[in-house]
Design a protein around this ligand. Structure first.
Ligand SMILES: NC(=O)c1ccc[n+]([C@@H]2O[C@H](COP(=O)([O-])OP(=O)(O)OC[C@H]3O[C@@H](n4cnc5c(N)ncnc54)[C@H](OP(=O)(O)O)[C@@H]3O)[C@@H](O)[C@H]2O)c1
Length: 262
């Protein structure tokens, strides 16, 4: 195991599955201490068991929709770790939100149940706020706050209610926090895969439809290089940026050449 991130502590919400789980594995592989957070139960326990074989992994149950649950997790963290160097807000829901899975793919927006809208906004927008509110103050000597979002097109594409607006809101929050937290040395950046990614979030049959239509399906490891770079000293000073996992290498090349990144 490489030790480039030894002594570095990262907390990843949504670390029990998909992109969050893979980012946790990548950071552990570089020697970081990683705490995964999710609602708890078997999925979180199994993820911790697997990640524990890779490195210094920990888990905490936290429902990001619930302020008391998030605060209790922050209290738990405070008693065990010096500070978070990186906080990755990755927990999210979309087409798998309660009430969304029964809608036909071509549904009208007025068919979306209010409960589904509330669940998506509570998880993807309020959740990012609550987690940031409880954990950023623990980053006493600076750090890296990362919001996992979606491609620019998905923010406003037809059929993307309520997921698109939930992520647009999270990106707006990241832009605000990037400015507010800059004087304290906390970087705030957004990452996204850059397309449909093969995780548990996908509604049943979507991956198969994508593949049969010849559309790309990205692996859940698509954000690993990006997150490792953000955790490295090379990212020092970068804030208010949106990085696309599938295009990260080209972005980095352009940055090295001194070209504008976006
Ligand atoms: N898959 C894609 O195509 C895609 C594309 C762009 C962006 N994203 C974003 O990537 C992020 C990760 O999604 P994924 O694709 O990896 O899906 P996933 O495999 O379903 O993972 C979602 C994670 O969020 C956690 N979670 C959900 N609700 C939660 C809550 N209330 N409190 C705490 N944790 C909660 C889940 O844990 P438990 O269920 O164990 O609680 C799980 O660990 C999301 O923000 C998503 O919007 C995904």
């Amino acid at each position: 195991m490489s030790e480039t991130l030894k002594g570095y502590t990262a907390l990843i919400t949504g670390g029990s599955s998909g992109l969050g789980f893979e980012m946790a594995k990548a950071l552990l592989g570089q020697g970081a201490t990683v705490i995964i957070a999710a609602r708890g139960g078997e999925r979180l326990e199994n993820a911790l068991k697997t990640l524990g074989e890779t490195g210094d992994a920990h888990a905490v149950a936290m429902d990001v929709r619930d302020a008391a649950s998030v605060e209790a997790a922050a209290e738990w963290f405070r008693g065990r770790f010096p500070r978070p160097d990186m906080l990755v807000c990755c927990a999210g829901i979309g087409g798998n939100a309660p009430g969304m899975e029964v809608l036909p793919p071509d549904h009208a927006f007025w068919e979306i149940p209010a409960e589904a809208v509330r669940a998506v906004l509570d998880t993807n927008l309020l959740g990012f706020f609550l987690v940031s509110r409880s954990f950023v103050p623990l980053m006493a000597r600076g750090g890296s706050l990362v919001y996992v979002s979606t491609s620019d097109a998905t923010l406003t594409r037809p059929g993307q209610l309520p997921y698109g607006p939930s992520k647009a809101g999270a990106e707006a929050m990241a832009a605000i926090l990037a400015q507010e937290l800059k004087p304290g040395g906390i970087a705030v950046n957004v990452v996204c895969p850059g397309g449909f990614t093969d995780t548990a979030m996908a509604p049943p049959g979507l991956k198969e439809r994508m593949l049969s239509d010849g559309l790309p399906v990205l692996p859940p490891t698509v954000l690993n290089e990006t997150i490792l770079w953000l955790a490295s000293g090379a990212a020092a000073g970068l804030t208010g940026e949106k990085l696309v996992g599938k295009d990260f290498r080209q972005w980095l090349e352009k940055r090295k050449e001194g070209e504008p990144s976006r």
